[in-house]
Design a binder for this molecule. Structure first.
Ligand code: MN
Length: 228
């Protein structure tokens, strides 16, 4: 089966993004967004989703990180949608639970679709459905919402800025453009770097599970509607 690839160029007055994605890659990446913490998140997304990702963003960081983070989410969503193509033969859902399944030949194979990811004291869950409909559910981070933070917290490190709002902008942009249903939940956790990293890793694992081909439904759409 040939690998599913896409290329996105997205230029606005706020950001200039070029992105190449191989959905059937090996986890290699080359990321440069101008925000080292965000590079770290996208690098581990490629690694844990086992996709190849090249992303370069020249954004208006003199304003702040907002446009860069949101627009990279948009571009990645567009790239995933383009690479998935007509979605024939894919599993479609990234599971949020452990499951065993009988694949062709009758051998029970544990799915790698469990998208609960721990990160020290944190546990994050992501469940995705590349349904053609956009919806983001964002739970468990209300106590970390922008409106609740103190001035001291506003001036913490970059991972704090992500925890207090930027990460949500990324995932909203992704869900809109990949036309997927994305449920992200922080079950518990405290340290900002860990929280954001656990969310990105859970997201990666859910995408990994959902984009895979299931040999039992080769060539078929995973939907009773006839369209996804
Ligand atoms: Mn880290």
């Amino acid at each position: 089966m040939k690998s599913r690839q896409s290329k996105i160029k997205r230029h606005t007055l706020e950001t200039k993004i070029s992105l190449r994605l191989n959905l059937d890659g090996k986890g290699k990446s080359k990321i440069k967004t101008g925000i080292p913490f965000f590079d770290h998140m996208l690098t581990l997304f490629a690694k844990h989703a086992t996709v190849d990702l090249e992303l370069h963003c020249d954004g208006d960081l003199e304003v702040d990180a907002h446009h860069t983070v949101e627009d990279c989410g948009i571009a990645l969503g567009q790239a995933v949608a383009a690479a998935l193509g007509d979605k024939r033969g894919i599993r479609r859902y990234g599971h949020g639970f452990n499951q065993t399944q009988k694949l062709t030949g009758g051998t029970p194979v544990p799915l790698r679709g469990e998208a609960y990811v721990p990160m020290d004291e944190c546990l994050a869950r992501c469940v995705a459905d590349f349904s053609g409909r956009s919806f983001l559910v964002w739970r468990g981070l209300n106590q970390f919402a922008q409106k609740k933070i103190s001035d001291a917290e506003k001036n913490q490190d970059v991972s704090s800025a992500f925890r207090f709002g930027l990460a949500r902008e990324f995932f909203q942009g992704f869900a809109n453009e990949a036309r997927c249903n994305l449920h992200l939940e922080l079950l518990y956790g405290d340290e900002p770097h860990h929280i954001v990293e656990a969310l990105f890793k859970a997201f990666a694992r859910a995408v990994d599970a959902a984009r895979r081909h299931d040999p039992r439904i080769a060539g078929q759409l995973p939907s009773t509607k006839g369209k996804l």
